[in-house]
Design a protein around this ligand. Sequence first.
Ligand SMILES: [Ca+2]
Ligand SMILES: [Ca+2]
Ligand SMILES: [Ca+2]
Length: 209
Amino acid sequence: MRTLLMSCLVLLLAAAWFQPASAAIRISELMADPATDWDHDGAVDFKLDEWIEVINTGTSPVNLQEYWVRDETATDPRFRLTGLVDPGETAVFYGSDAVAWQTANGQSTMGFSLNNGGDTLYLLQGPVGGPYQTLQDVPYPDHTADDDRSYGTVPDGDQWMLYDGLFPYGGTLDPPGSGCEPTPGEPNFCHGLVPDRETAFGTLKASFM
Ligand SMILES: [Ca+2]
Ligand SMILES: [Ca+2]
Ligand SMILES: [Ca+2]
């Protein structure tokens, strides 16, 4: 009996230890319609200045080499993520990174190809050549993809909101304007405020509007 209990305990510990880190990496923000030189190459470009951001929501560093992204119209990944991201930290990748990767891998240089009329960004995981497992899909509506508006998760939360501080949205579609600015490469925040995990989305929106 004791041996059986010990075996179960060992199995449980092993399961916890080997739990895939995949769930820890999440898409946190995206910029589909850039109007600023976000990648700092000296020019504004509709393709090269698009960007995507991921965050490590887990408790250990994650190597991004098995993570990929694609948009709705692509069947194969458009970009392989790279680098090590620490717990609570983000990594941002620009359209120019995607084009460089596509050039190096003999693919057509379409960048992320995030449609300005709405699209879906997929986060995938798998070895080179696949198969790829879809970890997350982020459909974003048309009005979130206009001139330097980004679409991102609420600060320290899972719901999605519009970061329209650079090009305010006054319409009635969901998500509404927030007045918050995009935060490429940083955990999402608004006006310096990073609410704690318990803050309700309604309270959060009220405090920013
Ligand atoms: Ca675009
Ligand atoms: Ca640029
Ligand atoms: Ca961010």
